[in-house]
Design a binder for this molecule. Structure first.
Ligand code: ASP
Length: 312
C-alpha cells in the first residue's frame, strides 16, 4: 500500500492522524461536515444506532502514558458512540517496557489485536514515529495522536477549530476574524496546534497576550508573521479585548520546564474578570482548552459569550 509519508494519506484519505500540519483546508471542512452529520444522527435513536454500527467489531487501544482524564474519556466516549471496543495502557511501568522492550515493539505487539492505537505520550514526535513504523512494516492499522509533549495536540486543535467554525458559520466563517490568544503561549501545545490550523484560513489576524517569559515560541512567531494579516503582542489583555472575535485563554503549564517562574501578578495581568469581559464585543466568544486554573473565574461561566463547556 503506497502511503504518502509526508501526510500519511492513501489516495487522499487520512490513514494516520499524527500532526496538525496534515490538516489542509478541504480536509478540515470535510471533517466538520462529518462531525455535523454525526451530531445530528446522534439526536435520534435510529441515527444513534446507525453510528453505533459503523465501526462495530473494531478495537481501539488507548495508549495513554502521560496524565490525562478528559482526552482519555473523550476518545473512549467517541469509540463507544461508533460501536468500537476499547482497551487501555495507562503506564509504561506495567508493560514489558519494564523488561527492556522498546515502545515501538510494544506497539507492534498491541497492533496485532487492535485496529486503532490512540497515543498520548510525553515526548514529541512519538505518534509520527509509530505511524512511520507501521507504514514501513505494512501494518494496516491506524494511529491517532492524542497529545505529544508540549509539541502538538492535533485532536484538541480540531475541536477548537470546529468550535470556531460553528460559531462563525453564519458570520462569514473564520476567515478574516481576529483571534486573541492569551496565557502560556510558550509551553501550551493547544495554542501551538491551533495557530497551525488558523494558518489554513484567509485574512485571520491574531493578537497575543502573555508574560514575557511565556511568549509564543520563535518558530511559531515566524509562521504567524508570514501567514496572518496582522500579529500584535502585549502583556496586558486590555490592549486587545475590545477587538477580539474570539478570546482563547490558557493556563500556566508548570508541568513543562518548571524552572520558568510566573508570578501571581503576571497571571492577574491577563486573567479575565467581569470588568475586562465588559470590554468585549457582544458577539465575541471566550474559549479555553481546559483545565483552567484562575485565568477564568467561575462566575464567567454564566456569561453568554463563554463557550468552553460546549468546546469540550
Ligand atoms: N487539555 C490541553 C492539553 O492537554 C490543555 C491543557 O492541558 O492545558 O494540552
Amino acid at each position: 500500500m503506497a502511503i504518502d509519508r509526508t501526510n500519511f494519506t492513501y489516495r487522499g484519505r487520512l490513514v494516520h492522524l499524527v500532526h496538525t500540519r496534515q490538516f489542509v483546508r478541504p480536509l478540515l471542512e470535510d471533517m466538520f461536515d462529518v462531525a455535523d452529520a454525526a451530531r445530528r444522527l446522534n439526536t435520534s435513536r435510529p441515527g444513534a444506532t446507525y453510528l453505533k454500527e459503523s465501526l462495530v467489531g473494531r478495537r481501539a487501544l488507548l495508549y495513554f502514558v502521560q496524565p490525562s482524564t478528559r482526552t482519555f474519556l473523550s476518545f473512549q466516549a467517541a469509540a463507544s458512540l461508533l460501536g468500537m471496543s476499547t482497551a487501555e495502557v495507562r503506564s509504561r511501568e506495567i508493560s514489558s517496557e519494564m523488561k527492556g522492550e522498546s515502545p515501538l515493539d510494544s506497539l507492534r505487539t498491541f497492533a496485532m489485536y487492535h485496529d486503532l492505537i490512540i497515543i498520548r505520550y510525553p515526548e514529541p514526535g512519538f505518534s509520527e514515529q509509530c505511524a512511520g513504523f507501521f507504514v514501513d512494516h505494512d501494518l494496516r492499522r491506524h494511529v491517532i495522536n492524542g497529545g505529544s509533549g508540549k509539541d502538538d495536540h492535533p485532536t484538541q486543535a480540531l475541536l477548537d477549530m470546529y468550535t470556531l467554525h460553528r460559531e462563525f458559520y453564519s458570520r462569514g466563517g473564520v476567515d478574516g476574524k481576529r483571534i486573541l490568544l492569551v496565557g502560556d503561549l510558550a509551553r501550551g501545545r493547544a495554542v501551538r496546534s491551533l495557530v497551525h490550523l488558523l494558518t489554513r484560513y484567509e485574512g485571520v489576524r491574531i493578537d497575543l497576550v502573555s508574560p514575557p517569559q511565556l511568549r509564543l515560541a520563535d518558530d511559531l512567531m515566524e509562521v504567524s508573521r508570514k501567514t496572518f494579516e496582522d500579529v500584535r503582542e502585549s502583556e496586558e489583555i486590555e490592549d486587545f479585548l475590545a477587538d477580539a472575535d474570539a478570546v482563547y485563554m490558557t493556563r500556566v503549564q508548570s508541568e513543562y520546564e518548571p524552572h520558568i517562574e510566573v508570578s501571581e501578578s503576571a497571571i492577574e495581568s491577563y486573567g479575565l474578570t467581569e470588568d475586562r469581559v465588559a470590554m468585549m464585543k457582544a458577539d465575541s466568544v471566550i474559549m479555553h482548552p481546559l483545565p483552567r486554573r484562575n485565568e477564568i473565574p467561575i462566575t464567567l461561566d454564566r456569561d453568554p459569550r463563554s463557550r468552553y463547556w460546549e468546546q469540550v
